[in-house]
Design a protein. Structure first.
Length: 319
């Protein structure tokens, strides 16, 4: 006997997932930070076989409107993992996270789909944090973006014999994130292809020390952020593919700012040790005549998101 379609048509859930910045300089494929830019998803169960997709905002002109949509694939993956038949779906996506800019848009889509499935299946199947992280990592390929998207805050992610794991940490209130977003994009696959398969031992030791220091800087001592965000494992190797990003990072760091490539780039993340310093960094980038003069950068003054992704069932009158 085939499993029933769950839920019956009509159930509706609302999902909200933050942007993320991975690596944070030295923490390659390990550290991630949730930021206060959000994609929102409104999902309604329809009769089996039906699919309606509406997308507005970032990437609206490029994302598919069929079963290959990453959110739909993620919902289907969650259903398949628990042996349930997926209903038809109506998706209304409001995308704010820039696509292809190193701010975790694909991870957010994966997490949005999994949380939508969690909400639709509530009362029949429960997805705990470990299950969500495992499914998200299987879909995304690595946990550094999906962990903060799911749980918020600063996350340390790793994989052991039991699968992907994470530890969430609270960020010091003095840390003030600033993101510079360019108009051009960067392929994560291309960025990864530029890195060597082996690195010198002294570079590996360098990054181990800076990653350890970065945890202390982000949670206790923001004044150490510039030293803590130094990196020798990935940013220099990728610089040739995004010279404007490299120029901006170098110019900011030369003035004492903790500037790093956000994820695979090309956005630039500044971890300022206070709102005043953040304003100084924005002013420097806006006024500098020797940094990517032909590349406009959008400045986003953000907060650290501490909640991560959320899902709730729609009720009449809710907003």
């Amino acid at each position: 006997m085939n499993a029933p379609v769950v839920p019956a048509p009509g159930r509706r859930v609302l999902v909200r997932v933050p942007a993320t910045s991975a690596n944070l300089g030295p923490g390659f494929d390990t550290l991630g930070l949730a930021l206060s830019v959000y994609d929102e998803l409104d999902v309604t169960a329809l009769p089996e076989g039906e699919l309606e997709i509406e997308v507005e905002g970032a990437g609206a002109a490029d994302v598919p409107r069929d079963a290959s949509h990453l959110v739909v694939r993620s919902i289907a993956y969650a259903y398949e993992s628990v042996g349930r038949r997926m209903p038809g779906l109506r998706l209304v996506a409001k995308n704010v996270i820039p696509h292809g800019r190193g701010l975790g848009s694909s991870g957010a889509a994966v997490v949005s789909g999994l949380l939508a499935a969690k909400g639709l299946l509530e009362g029949d199947v429960e997805f705990g944090p470990d299950a969500l992280l495992r499914l998200a990592t299987e879909l995304e390929g690595h946990p550094d973006n999906v962990a903060p998207a799911l749980f918020g805050g600063l996350t340390i992610a790793w994989v052991d014999e039991d699968g992907p794991q994470h530890k969430k940490l609270l960020v010091h209130r003095g840390v003030s994130p600033l993101v510079f977003v360019p108009e051009f994009t960067m392929s994560t696959a291309l960025a990864r292809s530029l890195q060597p398969t082996q690195v010198p031992r002294e570079d590996a030791v360098f990054n181990v020390s800076r990653s350890a220091l970065l945890i202390a800087a982000l949670t206790q001592s923001p004044e150490l952020l510039q030293a803590a965000t130094e990196d020798k494992l990935h940013q220099n190797y990728r610089a040739s593919a995004m010279p404007e990003t490299d120029k901006l990072v170098r110019a900011l760091r030369a003035e004492g700012f903790a500037a790093v490539v956000s994820g695979a780039g090309p956005s630039v993340l500044v971890l300022a040790d206070g709102p005043g310093r953040r304003l100084e960094a924005a002013a420097l980038a806006a006024s500098s005549t020797n940094v990517a003069v032909d590349t406009p950068w959008e400045s986003l003054m953000l907060a650290v998101d501490f909640k991560g992704g959320t899902v709730r069932e729609y009720a009449e009158g809710s907003t």
